[in-house]
Design a protein around this ligand. Structure first.
Ligand code: ATP
Ligand code: MG
Length: 137
């Protein structure tokens, strides 16, 4: 089994979609093993998305991620990282496969409802960014 870090983004918490998104994860065989609702500052959002610092959308992205509560969660399952990204769908909802979270719920390429780690090393870093060892069983 593998673990990955997922974030339900402000556009989705605002529209009360946490349960519907979690159902998609569970239907795909992913287990939610840790979860909490928090509100990031713009600085914290920038630290989390530091890899995108030089991208033209960085300011917009960090403003958005700090604009409301997010639900950060650890998902567990076989090939959890790739499975989660499959369930999420493409970054741009216009390109996302039918039935994926972004196809069903995302509003735009920026406000795209969910984040998921993209590799084992980033999953490890991102999980420890939000969760202490004692919160993970
Ligand atoms: P995430 O990292 O959030 O799981 P991703 O891996 O599909 O998404 P990335 O390329 O890592 O996509 O981009 C990170 C986030 O930055 C996207 O999810 C989206 O919210 C935002 N973003 C990406 N491209 C754009 C863009 N062209 N305009 C505005 N925001 C963008
Ligand atoms: Mg990414």
């Amino acid at each position: 089994v593998e673990r990955t870090l997922s974030i339900i983004k402000p556009d989705a918490t605002k529209r009360n979609l946490t349960g519907k998104i979690n159902a998609k994860f569970e239907e795909a065989g992913l287990r939610i093993v840790a979860q909490k609702r928090i509100k990031l500052t713009k600085a914290q959002a920038g630290e989390f998305y530091a890899v995108h610092k030089e991208r033209p959308f960085f300011d917009e992205l960090t403003d958005f991620m700090a604009s409301g509560p997010v639900v950060v969660q650890v998902l567990e399952g076989d090939s959890a990282i790739s499975k989660n990204r499959e369930v999420m769908g493409a970054t741009n909802p216009a390109d996302a496969a039918p039935g994926t979270i972004r196809a069903e719920f995302a509003e735009s390429v920026g406000e795209n409802s969910v984040h998921g780690s993209d590799a084992p090393e980033t999953a490890k870093e991102e999980i420890s960014f939000f969760f202490a060892g004692l919160e993970l069983v």
